[in-house]
Design a protein around this ligand. Structure first.
Ligand code: PRP
Ligand code: MN
Ligand code: MG
Length: 182
């Protein structure tokens, strides 16, 4: 049903699963002697994080944070606000932030600085998608799945008006969907 709103598939369920496994293996090797605190950024990170943690074979803890940047707008407002903070004290912890996409980089830039200020031992970033063309702040993820073109992509956590997050692949939304404004 959802597929009718998608112009084309960018990354299939199978490609995402294979890439996630590869990332999980790298992260497992890099954190072999650590117990990372894996932090998912609500809500977009949920599907990717759920899959990724099952491919990481070290002791880890999970927590979630909700920050707002976009709302329903197509372009970032540049403001970042904490909607839900962590339950965990990050002091001395090795943090791995999980995102579905890095676009302008503002959300992650803010969070990296926040966790450093809160005295984390290390802060790394993993994102399923990276959109380097969208960047307004200098930020490079430590691990990423795919570079995406500068188009409106949805699925696998990425939303348009809070929908399409449950699409099991990443695709480009038909322009008529966001142009019709319904
Ligand atoms: C999206 C996405 C990232 C962020 C990336 O989240 O999931 O968290 O924007 O944009 P940036 O690099 O320009 O900061 P959004 O704020 O839309 O919330 P959501 O995850 O609940 O959809
Ligand atoms: Mn998000
Ligand atoms: Mg969003």
């Amino acid at each position: 049903m959802l597929e009718k709103d998608i112009e084309r598939t960018l990354y299939s369920r199978e490609e995402i699963a294979a890439k996630t496994k590869e990332l999980g293996q790298k992260i497992t090797a890099d954190y072999a002697d650590k117990t990372p605190l894996v932090i998912g950024i609500l809500k977009g990170a949920i599907p990717f994080m759920a899959e990724l943690v099952r491919d990481i074979d070290v002791y880890l803890e999970m927590d979630f944070m909700d920050v707002s940047s976009y709302g329903d707008a197509l372009v970032s407002s540049g403001e970042v606000k904490i909607v839900k903070d962590l339950d965990t004290n990050v002091e001395g912890r090795d943090i791995l932030i999980v995102e579905d996409i890095i676009d302008s980089g503002r959300t992650l830039n803010y969070l990296v600085e926040l966790f450093k200020y809160r005295k984390a031992n290390s802060v790394k970033l993993v994102t399923l998608l990276d959109k380097p063309e969208g960047r307004v702040v200098d930020l490079t993820p430590d691990y990423f799945g795919f570079h995406v073109p500068n188009e409106f992509v949805v699925g696998y956590g990425l939303d348009y008006k809070d929908r399409y997050r449950n699409l099991p692949f990443v695709g480009v939304l038909k322009p008529e969907i966001y142009e019709s404004n319904s």
